[in-house]
Ligand binder design. Structure first.
Ligand code: MN
Length: 257
């Protein structure tokens, strides 16, 4: 049976982690390696300036669980570089994140970064996320989404992914029976509405928050943003090669010598 490493960026206590772990069990032997707290928007962070602690336990009764002080991508690094050596990991799954990871979100997302870390090390990976509704609630069906991720995991194990490839799957904020279908998409465009909020500490020195209203996006057909806007599940194949090949010749012509 294949060996699936499961992680997330919402932390080991996130309900979606146990639901997905259980859904993946028919597809492979599951080992969970998750952060000890919520790291959402951690991006692809590698902890280099402090030691990482790892505790062991079980999730959902009997699923092996490693909990670390590190980031989501540290989870994958720690596991694949040695702590989860036997049997070798065949597939890494990250999620299901609370909140969609669409378009430019993939550059912030700890969920996607964990899958990217797997791709760096040379393992196929899937990142899965579910969008909120306008009121900030998750109205989607986690069990249904987890079963979909399990089917996607089985297909990925059977068919493989290109070198340095990963899949980014997003579920709309809809009950299972209202989901329109499945779309294979490209990354769309996000619009962030962040502002700087300045406050003063007790000594009168300023400090800052960056935040604001949730991001919106351009619901263009063929994109992940567009797919979710029409009630579809979106699967975006990603690759660590972010080269913009169309620019190679143009930049080479700049007079830089
Ligand atoms: Mn998260």
């Amino acid at each position: 049976m294949p060996h699936i490493l499961l992680t997330n960026d919402d932390g080991h206590q996130a309900p979606a982690l146990a639901i997905l772990a259980r859904a993946l069990q028919p597809v492979g032997n599951v080992t969970v390696f998750a952060p000890d707290h919520n790291w959402s928007a951690a991006g692809h962070t590698k902890t280099m300036h402090k030691p990482l602690r790892v505790a062991r336990g079980t999730l959902a009764g009997d699923i092996p669980l490693f909990i670390t002080t590190g980031t989501p991508s540290d989870c994958v690094g720690l596991a694949l570089l040695g702590l989860v050596r036997e049997p070798p990991v065949d597939l890494v799954v990250s999620g299901i994140n609370t909140g969609a990871n669409l378009g430019h979100d993939v550059t912030y997302s700890g969920t996607v970064a964990a899958a990217m870390e797997a791709a760096v090390i040379g393992r196929p990976a899937i990142a899965a996320s579910m969008e909120f509704d306008e009121t900030g609630r998750r109205v989607g069906d986690l069990e249904h989404a987890a079963e979909f991720v399990a089917r996607l995991a089985a297909q990925t194990l059977e068919r493989g992914l290109p070198r340095y490839g990963l899949l980014n799957v997003n579920f709309p904020a809809l009950p299972a029976e209202q989901i329109a279908g499945v779309r294979v998409t490209r990354l769309g465009i996000r619009h962030y509405h962040d502002v700087i909020v300045e406050r003063a500490d007790p000594r009168g020195r300023p400090y800052y928050w960056i935040g604001g209203e949730p991001p919106t996006g351009e619901p263009e057909e063929g994109t992940d943003v567009g797919a979710l806007a029409c009630g579809n599940i979106s699967i975006t194949p990603l690759n660590l090669d972010m080269t913009d090949r169309g620019q190679l010749a143009r930049i080479a012509e700049w007079p830089l010598q």
